[in-house]
Design a protein around this ligand. Structure first.
Ligand SMILES: [Zn+2]
Length: 465
């Protein structure tokens, strides 16, 4: 089956790409057979079986969400913050009814991601290997969803981030190795650990992102993962944690934090990458605590972590270290169908042009997660993963236009904008709150504050380097 997508306003996602008017993408089954530009872009009728006329709409690679969970929909909840509710939740998750419930939640979350233009997603921590089961069902064609790369349950130490929920606990190095072996036996795509605490873990100002795992534990997990041919992603929200990551052999530093010149040099020589996730901290940092249910210290920590994440991405980009974009969907106020919010925050806080932000959430992310030979750009030989926006939508002028996805092509299969499928997946109350926050008037002053907060740290690292 050969389909010609004609009259595309094509942003192909490759390095330095611009826009080609009236381009044609010829898709053969799941693969891009050819991309044609210029006066000869239109194919002969004899060459093709079907024509899809984009009528001049903006066409770009499918987005890649490098950091998401699938055990919730982004509604604020206290069930991950310990105590009785968490215990009850965990017992339920391990029961047959709980497993079925988690699969149903994950199925909906992945459908929401797909219909909103995400054609590849990384699942960075689940309960009981739910993500692994969902990935296999997608790959068997039994479930509609993006290409899905999964870690299974994360691994941490006692009191570590996610301990007892989406992370399992180890203490001795051999216990870390055993948990890595178990995940490899489940055919995960990578290993997730949580080296530092998170925003929701602490009620003490400034304590978010405190180091929990030791270098020895981190190294045990990374070395054993490497023996299985797997890399390690680590939840890390403070500068000391980034040091532990890099000393231990972590490949993707999730969230991140600005570091000194020595650690930055180490980051670069290790070939590690930073995954920027501002949207998980932004709403918690600005919404009233009466709404977020955080204590005052929690709000302070959310702002601190928001700015660490943003300035780490800025610092890494300046140093030539790969930086990706993830949303941390399933966390409070982060839904699966609005990755555009992360792209917008990335552009504003990190100082990336819209074109650069689009390339980061596509080919940039693909390179980091080792999927660049199959996805991330619209080039012959790659899988047909791209999106067609609504008429007049131009994310190069306004990144908020990324929410106007009309057609998603994922590994050659076409999914038309389908209100019956997408609308029930939307969290309308959450969206209403967020739409108020995602405006230039709200974001821009915070970007300046964020840069000012870490100006000294960034300057010092530069001078030392
Ligand atoms: Zn996460």
């Amino acid at each position: 089956m050969r389909t010609a997508y004609i009259d595309c306003r094509l942003f192909d996602g490759t390095d330095g790409c611009g826009v080609d008017e009236h381009a044609t993408i010829i898709v053969e089954d799941a693969t891009i057979a050819e991309v044609r530009r210029g006066p000869d872009a239109l194919p002969d009728a004899a060459e093709i079986d079907e024509v899809f006329d984009a009528q001049g709409a903006f066409v770009m690679p499918g987005m890649i969400n490098a950091h998401a969970h699938h055990f919730g929909f982004g509604k604020p909840s206290k069930s991950l913050s310990g105590g009785f509710v968490q215990k009850a939740l965990l017992a339920f998750a391990h029961s047959p009814a709980g497993a079925a419930y988690l699969r149903a939640v994950g199925t909906k979350a992945l459908a929401a991601a797909l219909y909103s233009g995400v054609t590849t997603e990384r699942g960075v921590g689940d309960f009981c290997y739910t993500d692994v089961q969902l990935r296999d069902r997608i790959n068997q064609g039994a479930l509609d969803g993006p290409r899905f790369l999964v870690s299974g349950p994360a691994i941490t130490c006692p009191n570590g981030h996610g301990a007892g929920t989406f992370a399992e606990i180890a203490v001795a190095p051999e216990e870390f190795e055993a948990l890595v072996d178990e995940r490899a036996a489940h055919h995960v795509d990578f290993i997730k650990i949580t080296v530092t605490g998170g925003v929701m873990d602490s009620n003490v100002k400034g304590e978010a992102g405190v180091v929990r795992m030791t270098e020895e534990q981190t190294r045990a997990a990374c070395d054993r993962a490497a023996e299985h041919g797997l890399y390690v992603a680590s939840h890390t929200e403070g500068p000391e944690g980034v040091k532990v990551d890099l000393d231990g052999g972590v490949y993707t530093v999730e969230h991140g934090s600005p570091v000194d010149a020595k650690t930055l040099a180490q980051f670069k020589s290790a070939g590690a990458a930073d995954i920027c996730t501002i949207a998980v901290a932004y709403p918690l940092s600005v919404l009233p605590t009466s709404q977020t249910k955080l204590l005052e210290a929690g709000q302070y920590n959310a702002a601190l972590v928001r700015d660490r994440i943003a300035q780490a991405a800025r610092q890494c980009r300046e140093a030539g270290i790969p930086v990706g974009i993830g949303s941390d969907a399933a966390c409070p106020y982060v839904t699966h169908y609005d990755l555009w919010r992360d792209v917008l925050l990335f552009s504003s806080f990190v100082g990336a042009s819209p074109a650069d932000a689009l390339r980061t959430v596509t080919l940039g992310n693909a390179r980091i997660i080792h999927a660049e030979t199959v996805t991330g750009s619209i080039e012959a030989g790659k899988d047909a993963d791209f999106i067609v926006l609504g008429h007049g939508a131009d994310p190069l002028s306004d990144l908020r236009d990324l929410r106007r996805v009309e057609t998603v092509v994922a590994r050659g299969r076409r999914f038309e904008r389908c209100p019956e499928k997408l609308e029930p997946l939307r969290q309308k109350d959450v969206d209403a709150v967020l739409d108020e926050l995602y405006t230039p008037e709200k974001i821009e002053p915070l970007c300046e504050e964020s840069a000012a907060r870490f100006a000294d740290v960034l300057d010092q690292a530069k001078t030392e380097a």
